[in-house]
Ligand binder design. Structure first.
Ligand code: SF4
Length: 1015
């Protein structure tokens, strides 16, 4: 029974020494049983491959510590079921509840239900277990300590007691059982002739104790560790500390291998001098070994390109390459995206969290709706989800979207119920189309509301049984039925989703088992969802086994040990990324760690981790870093980068700048090749049909971009659709009924007219409670109409009747004007009344000899003749509603148009064609048989309580003035606009003062100019 510790720097023959020892033992004892302990499965594969290459490994078992624990326990007849991650999470949750119920949890009570707290506790318990910290010792240690420490010890103790009472074991607990078995049975591992531990850089307290006991029973214990005895170099600090501890615990015979590391010259140069203030020679590299990219995303792309090049040009298998990063959470999505684009198969050492899988996210969204009262946006997103079959057509979903916008459904089943009734009613009382400022479009026009409603009712039924309390198992059954009903599992098609479903099944199983473990209790839906989320939070989606075959390994820097690769890339060598900024552990602080024998969280020897990582490569090494931060500021290099940089001439570094001309042959994907070809204005691979076709379409895209970047908008990519002029002329024929606002829209911006009025495109907005500008305008108009109706008919005083009229309109306003009152509605009503009071006061001062005789006078609607306007070459038809017509004692007329906004109401707005309404309405009044000569007209600014400075009477054009001058200008604009519309001239033109936010094209229009305020 001997224990030998082999120490040598990386790549200096430690694994070879292990294999030689195995062969020697097998030669002496051909039937000897040998165990090789490795840190993980990846290293196991590596060791077995080396063993096979050296002549075979019959009788040799390779596995992790956990595998050996299990083996020893099974041989001794001990079988204790191990809890899964999800079940462990549940048990921690129950323990926290129990300690809280006993009144012993005060410090952590505020966060006791947070998923993050439960996960942190699980990790803390695992670390304490790994360090062989017995609960009695921890309780004693914290007896007079702070509540935070004492409560942690309480939770730990209760968790372990509970586990023991249930006769289950957690993952780390297996080591304790194995240690107990070795202590109680001195022959438990005596059947093993040799145990080898290779590829480790350190051992937890439990593992050291296990090795110590093992060393007393097995024929021989052979342990390797990286390091150099007596070295004072920073990169060896950590390994020397580990060696010292192991020497003290195991009292081994120590052998130091004296072979020089078998590393290529450049890596050897780094190995010998990095982070070393001593003398060294600056070396040349024949190719760059350090790469700086602008951002982390480009860094990931360059990494994958470098790997792909080695794979394609040097025939290096992907499985012989590895990428290590300090923060895998940060780099994993970037590397995954680049790998997908470049077609490089990758395998991540850290599986994705189950709760972030798209299928599980969709399921959680479906389940969360009732607790959040069905917010409309997320409800519609769920209905659109490809993971469920709600037996609805795409058209139904589009129509539901329209209904929600029309009826402003913000959330809740109740709002949908009221909306169906309200829409049916308002459809029955559909009014004529008024001017655009105050008429909301009916988005539900043509929709069969009855059928749509019954379709949605089927969705509500899915939740019809959630109001009862059930056991966990019954809830899981309910969920399984729900998912089956919606065809969830039938719709799973990708490998990743399939794996996620398997993990989901495990998590659900854990919930059911946990009930058997912690006892059955009936819980409500909200509690079930919390428990489910807790189980999912702790779980991860295993990558398909096949995905590891011949794939590039991407792992964390600390995982770079044990295996060797032909090519290694280390990413993120910039300040703050690596070495990482260390933060104290809020649960297990540094004092506890020191006193309980846990690894320190601060002052970790990251230099040793770096040293281990770059020495993994046998042939190729690349170090990378981003040189710009997210906000475009220069990003300082990490001290490790600077230390390597010092060892080589400047040829060792390549900096990828945005303007760097890349060789097209180096592109890693067709997209990248085309991107570079566009930059270089030449495609070098004209022989490839697919690339050539895409290159030609990019040529077209180029023409579009050029056109959009031109100073003046023109051409077929900028709204010119002369090709369809004949159909436009047919649609906007002499019979077409124009409105002033449509003609103004064209005058304001032809492209807006095209998108809004011709194509009828409208942005989808999330419904919100409250009124929009159109609805406020409609309410103001209605109140002013009813007030002046009484003035006209009863000679009433406007200010005397305002309150009563306003209250009457407000009462039915939500139904009549299709809006959902916000909590501010009561306050808003008072504000609207006050505005109207001020405006009526000013209107009355303005009235003098004028008397209202026409209110809401329509023309061109329901049998009332339109305005037929002679614009020179033809007569066009116009419709509209004149807000108010007044007559004076001389029998003259004036028109007033109320406006809630106050912009574009000046004289210049008529001159430029932005505002044509007033002269058109004046002409309509003049043509009406019961009215006559119009001598005045103006816009009334309701909010400002004053008329526009532009009045028909003060408008001048060269030698004419008054209404006639305004008519002349308006007719010229109308003629020009109608002709432009018919000939398909719709080039965008940002209006003076900026584009209106309600223009549907603001989302994509290249001529958009900010600045407009819809007041
Ligand atoms: S965003 Fe501006 S320029 Fe573009 S279509 Fe709308 S109004 Fe015209």
């Amino acid at each position: 029974m001997t224990t030998e510790l082999i120490i040598a720097p990386p790549a200096s023959g430690k694994t070879t020494a292990c294999i030689q020892r195995i062969q020697e033992v097998q030669k002496e004892h051909p039937l000897a049983q040998v165990w090789v302990l490795v840190p993980d499965g990846q290293k196991g594969v590596y060791f077995r491959t080396r063993l096979a290459a050296a002549g075979g490994g019959m009788g040799v078992t390779t596995g992790t510590f956990r595998d050996l624990y299990r083996d020893i326990l099974e041989r001794s007849g001990t079988f204790v079921p191990a809890i899964s991650q999800a079940l462990g999470h549940r048990l921690v949750q129950e323990t926290v509840k129990e300690v809280h119920a006993s009144g012993e949890l005060t410090h952590y009570s505020a966060i006791m239900e947070k998923p993050g707290f439960l996960i942190a506790l699980q990790d803390a318990f695992a670390e304490l277990r790994g360090a062989l910290v017995r609960p009695e010792r921890f309780l004693e240690y914290t007896r007079d300590a702070t509540p935070a420490r004492y409560e942690l010890a309480q939770l730990y103790s209760r968790f372990l007691s509970r586990l023991k009472a249930l006769n289950w074991i957690d993952q780390e607990g297996q080591s304790w059982l194995a240690i107990d078995t070795l202590e109680s049975d001195p022959k438990a591992a005596a059947h093993l002739r040799l145990v080898v531990a290779d590829g480790f850089t350190s051992f937890t307290g439990a593992r050291r104790q296990f090795l110590r006991l093992l060393g007393q029973q097995v024929g021989e214990l052979f342990v390797t560790l990286p390091g150099k005895i007596g070295s004072s170099r920073m990169v060896h600090h950590r390994s020397l500390a580990v060696i010292e501890t192991l020497q003290s615990d195991l009292s081994p015979k120590v052998t130091e291998l004296d072979a020089a590391p078998r590393l290529p010259p450049e890596i050897l140069h780094v190995e010998q001098h990095v982070l070393d203030p001593g003398d060294f020679e600056i070396q040349e590299t024949h190719k760059p070994i350090m790469l700086e990219a602008r951002s982390q995303s480009e860094e990931a792309r360059e990494t994958l390109r470098w790997i792909k090049e080695l794979n394609v040009r040097q025939n290096i298998p992907l499985s012989a390459c590895a990428v290590f990063v300090s923060n895998l959470d940060m780099y994993q999505p970037l590397l995954r995206a680049a790998a997908n684009e470049f077609g490089v198969k990758v395998h991540f050492s850290q599986p994705d969290p189950l709760a972030e899988s798209p299928a599980v996210l969709a399921m959680l969204a479906l389940l969360t709706h009732p607790l959040e009262d069905y917010p409309t946006r997320t409800l519609l997103n769920t209905l659109h989800s490809p993971y469920f079959d709600f037996a609805m057509e795409a058209k139904d979903l589009e129509n539901l979207e329209k209904v929600s916008q029309q009826a402003i459904i913000v959330l809740g089943q109740e709002q949908w119920k009221v909306a169906w009734e309200m829409l049916e009613k308002s459809r029955a009382h559909a009014s004529v189309q008024l001017d655009d400022e105050r008429q909301r479009k009916d988005l539900t026009d043509g929709i069969d509301l009855r059928i749509l409603r019954s379709n949605l009712d089927r969705f509500w039924e899915l939740y019809s049984q959630i109001d009862t309390e059930r056991s966990q198992a019954d809830w899981v059954e309910w969920l399984e039925n729900l998912l089956a009903k919606l065809g969830f599992y039938d719709r799973i098609s990708s490998e990743c989703d399939r794996e996620a479903c398997t993990s989901l099944g495990d998590a659900l199983k854990a919930l059911v088992i946990s009930e058997g473990v912690v006892g059955i209790s009936k819980i409500n839906y909200a509690q079930f969802l919390t428990d489910l989320q807790g189980a999912l939070n702790g779980a991860r989606v295993d990558e398909p086994r096949e995905s590891r075959h011949n794939a590039l390994l991407v792992g964390r820097m600390v995982e770079a040990r044990g295996s060797r690769f032909k090519a290694v890339v280390l990413l993120g060598l910039s300040e703050g990324l690596f070495p990482v900024v260390e933060n104290p552990d809020p649960f297990l602080d540094e004092d506890i760690r020191k006193d309980m024998g846990l690894e320190a969280r601060l002052g970790r020897e990251q230099a040793s981790i770096f040293y281990q990582a770059f020495t993994r490569s046998d042939t190729y090494l690349l170090l990378t870093r981003p040189y710009l931060s997210g906000d475009g500021e220069p990003w300082e290099a990490s001290p490790y980068w600077l230390s390597v940089q010092k060892l080589f001439t400047e040829n060792a570094i390549i900096k990828i700048k945005p303007g760097t001309i890349r060789t097209q042959a180096d592109a890693a994907s067709p997209n990248e090749l085309l991107f570079w070809a566009v930059q270089q204005q030449e495609l070098q691979y004209r022989g490839d049909k697919d690339l050539t076709a895409r290159w030609q379409s990019l040529g077209k895209a180029h023409a579009i971009l050029d056109s959009r970047r031109a100073k003046n908008a023109r051409g077929i990519y900028e709204g010119n659709v002369e090709q369809i002029a004949s159909s436009l002329a047919g649609h906007y024929s002499a019979e077409y009924d124009w409105s002033a606002s449509r003609l103004e829209e064209y005058g304001s911006c032809p492209y807006r007219f095209f998108v809004n009025s011709t194509l009828k495109l409208a942005p989808k907005t999330t419904p919100e409670p409250g009124l929009d500008a159109a609805q406020i305008g409609s309410i103001y108009h209605r109140i002013l109409e009813l007030v002046y109706k009484q003035v006209k008919e009863n000679n009433a005083m406007p200010l005397d009747i305002l309150g009563e009229v306003a209250d009457y309109v407000f009462k039915n306003a939500p139904e009549e004007f299709d809006f959902r009152p916000s909590p501010l509605w009561e306050v808003e009503k008072d504000q609207y009344k006050e505005k109207l009071r001020e405006t009526l006061l000013a209107l009355e001062e303005e009235r003098q000899d004028w008397h209202p005789i026409g209110l809401e006078r329509k023309f061109g609607f329901k049998g009332i003749p339109p305005l037929e306007l002679d614009i020179g070459e033809e007569v066009i038809r116009l419709h509209g509603v004149i807000d108010r017509v007044d007559r004076n004692s001389m029998g003259e007329f004036r028109v007033i148009d109320y406006k809630t906004g106050s912009t574009h109401l000046e004289k210049s707005d008529l001159t430029s064609g932005l505002r044509l309404q007033l002269p058109i309405y004046a002409l309509a009044a003049q043509q009406a048989p019961d009215l006559g000569q119009v001598v005045e007209g103006f816009y009334w600014k309701i909010n400002d309580a004053k008329p526009s400075s532009f009045k028909l009477s003060n408008f001048k054009l060269e030698d004419i003035e008054g209404p006639e001058a305004a008519y002349r200008v308006a007719k010229d604009h109308i003629q020009k606009n109608v002709s432009g519309i018919r000939s398909g001239k719709f080039s965008p033109k940002a209006p003076k003062g900026g584009c209106p936010d309600y223009c549907p094209a603001t989302q994509w229009c290249w001529r958009y100019q900010a600045g407009y305020k819809n007041d």
